[in-house]
Structures are given as structure tokens and as C-alpha cells.
Design a protein around this ligand. Structure first.
Ligand code: SF4
Length: 194
């Protein structure tokens, strides 16, 4: 009971965090619970996720759910799937398009306390280079190299590219991603969440 209260208090503190100056203001977005068995650590919410107040509420989210074989009701079931971005607020857009990198202080401040409650997690998906550099013991030279060596990090971690439209060309150049990695990932996730 005490642990549950501690978790609720921590979640309330994260959701009330206003530590950063951000173009649209702080709006921390995460989905998590101590019973989650799959953890998705991504980069930061995009503008649409910020407006919706929900992680991956956009076409990238549709692509990620397709990769994982998870319908929205399961993807957003925080008792089973935790989604904790490296930066939990929308960081704004850089000149020429593309979102800015998230604030480093976000993962430095909050990931340790949040992850200390997630003792049931059996697989952590590292979506994008930032999460890979932060969490892989040996993150390889690039996102592409880290993902190409995906088997090396199992059974606890698995690096993935960011599921934006930019990944479509990358996936065509790396056919093993859809032919080998995704089928294996879906089997593992189904097993973990059953
Ligand atoms: S990005 Fe993280 S540290 Fe910054 S205001 Fe949002 S929750 Fe707080």
C-alpha cells in the first residue's frame, strides 16, 4: 500500500513538473505503472502528442503499434505497457523541420525514480538513438548499427529506429528489419504480455 502511494506521489510530481522552459510550455506525457512488463523508452512527444496529452498519438504511433503487433487498447494499457520518453514534454521544432532534442535534465531527473518502481519489466524497447545511447551498455556507432545488432541486447533490451516516415526508406534498405526483427519482437511481446 505504501509503495502504491509512493508511486502515485511520484507520478503526480512528474506530471506537475515545470522545470524546463519550452515553446508550448511543460506538459509531461508518460504512461506507466509498476505492474508493466514491457517498457518503451522513446525520444519525446511530438506536437500532436502534446496537444492530445497522449504519447504516440500520431502516424508514428500507428507505425510503432504495427511494428509491435499491439492494438491501441493494449499499447495504452499502462498496467501492462509503460511508455516513458527520454524527454516527457514536447521540446519544440527546429528551423527547417524536425523536433528539437529533448531536455537532458528530464531523463536525469525522472528516469531513475520512475524505473525503480518498474520491477516487472521484462523487455525494454529503446526507440531512437537517444534512448540507445542512454541505456545500452555498448550502443555501437549509430542507430542503424545498434539496431542491426539487436540480437546482442536480448532478452532485456531491443533497439529500434524512431517510427517516423523517415524510417520507411531505412527499412527498405535494411529488409532484415521487417523480415527478421519484427516477427521475433512480436512473438516476444505476445509472450511477455499474455
Ligand atoms: S521535459 Fe521533463 S524535466 Fe522538463 S518540464 Fe517536462 S517533465 Fe519536467
Amino acid at each position: 500500500m505504501t509503495e502504491s502511494k509512493d508511486w502515485t506521489r511520484l507520478l503526480a510530481r512528474v506530471r506537475a513538473c515545470k522545470a524546463c522552459e519550452l515553446p508550448l510550455g511543460p506538459r509531461p506525457i508518460l504512461s506507466a505503472s509498476p505492474t508493466a512488463r514491457l517498457l518503451i523508452t522513446s525520444q519525446a512527444p511530438g506536437r500532436r502528442a502534446h496537444e492530445a496529452g497522449r504519447t504516440f498519438a500520431d502516424a508514428s504511433g500507428d507505425r510503432l503499434r504495427d511494428w509491435l503487433g499491439l492494438p491501441p487498447e493494449l499499447f495504452y494499457d499502462s498496467t501492462r505497457v509503460a511508455i516513458i520518453p527520454m524527454g516527457m514534454c514536447y521540446p519544440g521544432t527546429q528551423e527547417g523541420g524536425g523536433d528539437l532534442l529533448p531536455q537532458a535534465r528530464c531523463s536525469e531527473t525522472w528516469h531513475g525514480p520512475l524505473l525503480s518502481f518498474l520491477s516487472q519489466v521484462r523487455l525494454t524497447l529503446l526507440v531512437g538513438r537517444l534512448a540507445q545511447v542512454h541505456y545500452l551498455p555498448d550502443p555501437r556507432g549509430s542507430m542503424s548499427e545498434a539496431v542491426a545488432h539487436w540480437r546482442d541486447y536480448l532478452p532485456t533490451h531491443l533497439p529500434l529506429p524512431h517510427p517516423s516516415w523517415r524510417t520507411l526508406g531505412w527499412a527498405r534498405r535494411n529488409p532484415w528489419f521487417e523480415a527478421e526483427l519484427l516477427p521475433e519482437l512480436r512473438v516476444r511481446i505476445a509472450e511477455i504480455l499474455k
